[in-house]
Design a protein around this ligand. Structure first.
Ligand code: HMG
Length: 387
């Protein structure tokens, strides 16, 4: 039985900062951010968009089209959790009016979280072939104003429907995993922003890529040239470019050009949105499917990395007709509707979001129908839809 991704939903908030504006405000040559880091814009979440509301908005995009009675599992992967105890998935379940028999919980391992959820969902569907699973990755990357990590922030969510005989891609058996307890990036309970050993994190990412890619190739007997595309967790697009250059280094020019082209297709959304932690790899997937010209059954290699650190390389094959399932118009609308913030406005929004007011009813400037965080009542988080 083939199991894989049947639907992809995406969401990113309605505000962004332009990288040239940020570079000039920080006294940096814009080419450092545009070329050296490889980002054009970065999504900014105001106080009314959190991991939960973004996850609802991403899932809502396809939820009306699916057989909701068949959803047996709902997993929410995040490192921007809103509660130490209650799962973010329960807020989503309520907002979507999903039936109460669903097994639902939240999981965490930095940016690896959504891959962990996807693999758990695959195993669940294997055992329950008539059921489906929803897995959501949703995050706000915050490093703080005037930090080296500032240019690699972002906000957004990707939601996937996993089922048997899927219409977008089928996951292949086997994977290569690698983990080590290291301190490259973390966010302690008393900090609202991530702490990071930036340069070290980039070295570890590449080391883990080399290890897992080599082990996967050895297990399958596949060469780099056998892949129709290689995609990566993209904390910023230059990071993925470095990994891709390692992957193609020993290939001939045609293969190098082909896999550079597919990598370029996979980074388009990330350049506009920034790092969305758990969902970043899956935003690369969406970007690849929307921007590359790939044959049915093309083999896609996926590299998932979560700081701390845990990495996994796995692969999937495209299903014939996958293009019809993509949310292209919606995703273009999401990017086109965004308001460009000045750096001063961004700093204000950033600071306000870090200092969420208690027991105040919040209103959202999102468009009608979007879900948002409406403040707390008796310490209980409230989620509403814009009327
Ligand atoms: P930095 O200090 O700005 O780095 O920090 P830099 O000075 O080395 O410059 C970056 C690049 O810009 C260099 O290119 C420069 O040469 C180039 P590279 O050597 O890397 O090829 N550059 C220029 N290029 C063109 N024109 C110019 C110019 N000037 C310089 N004028 C760093 C960069 C990424 C470390 C920082 O932004 C950071 O700490 N970011 C956060 C950490 C991060 O994203 N790490 C990635 C790996 S870890 C990961 O992926 C997991 C994560 O997603 C979390 C999770 O798992 O949950 C983060």
């Amino acid at each position: 039985m083939q199991i894989g991704i049947d639907k992809i939903g995406f969401f990113t908030p309605n505000k962004y900062v332009d990288m040239t504006d940020l570079a000039l405000a920080r006294g940096v040559d814009p080419n450092k951010f545009l070329i050296g880091i490889g980002q054009r814009k970065m999504a900014v979440a105001d106080v009314t968009q959190d991991a939960v509301s973004m996850g609802i908005n991403a899932t809502k995009q396809y939820f009306a089209e699916i057989d909701q009675s068949k959803v047996g599992l709902l997993i929410f992967a995040t490192e921007s959790s809103v509660d130490q105890s209650k799962s973010a998935s329960l807020f989503v379940k309520k907002a979507l009016n999903l039936h109460p028999q669903v097994r639902t919980f939240e999981i965490k391992e930095a940016c690896f979280g959504l891959t962990a959820a996807l693999m758990t969902a695959r195993d669940y569907v294997r055992v329950h072939p008539h059921h489906t699973a929803i897995v959501i990755g949703s995050d706000i990357a915050r490093y703080g104003l005037n930090t080296p990590g500032e240019v690699t922030q972002g906000a957004g969510s990707v939601s996937l429907l996993v089922k048997a005989n899927p219409s977008i891609l089928t996951l292949n058996e086997g994977h290569s995993a690698y983990s080590e307890d290291i301190d490259d990036f973390w966010r302690p309970n008393d900090s609202k922003v991530a702490l990071v050993d930036g340069k070290y994190s980039t070295q570890v990412y590449l080391e883990f890529f080399k290890k897992t890619f080599a082990a996967y190739q050895a297990e399958k007997g596949w060469m780099t040239r056998d892949f129709g595309a290689l995609i990566y967790h993209l904390p910023y697009t230059k990071m993925g470019l470095k990994a891709n250059n390692i992957a193609i280094a020993d290939e001939d020019k045609n293969v190098q050009e082909r896999l550079t082209e597919t990598f370029t297709a996979s980074k388009q959304l990330s350049m506009e949105v920034g790092n969305i932690y758990t969902a970043s790899l899956y935003m690369s997937l969406l970007s690849l499917l929307e921007h590359a010209d790939l044959e049915a059954n093309a083999l896609i290699g996926l590299f998932s990395y979560g700081s701390g650190a845990m990495a996994e390389f796995f692969s999937a094959n495209l299903v014939d007709g996958y293009q019809k399932q993509l949310p292209l118009a919606w995703q273009e609308h999401l990017l086109n509707r965004r308001q460009r913030l000045s750096v001063a406005e961004y700093e204000e929004v950033f600071t306000a979001a870090l200092n969420e007011p208690a027991e105040v009813e919040l209103t959202s400037d999102e468009e009608r129908g979007m879900w948002y965080f409406a403040g707390t009542k008796n310490h209980i988080r409230q989620y509403c839809q814009v009327k």
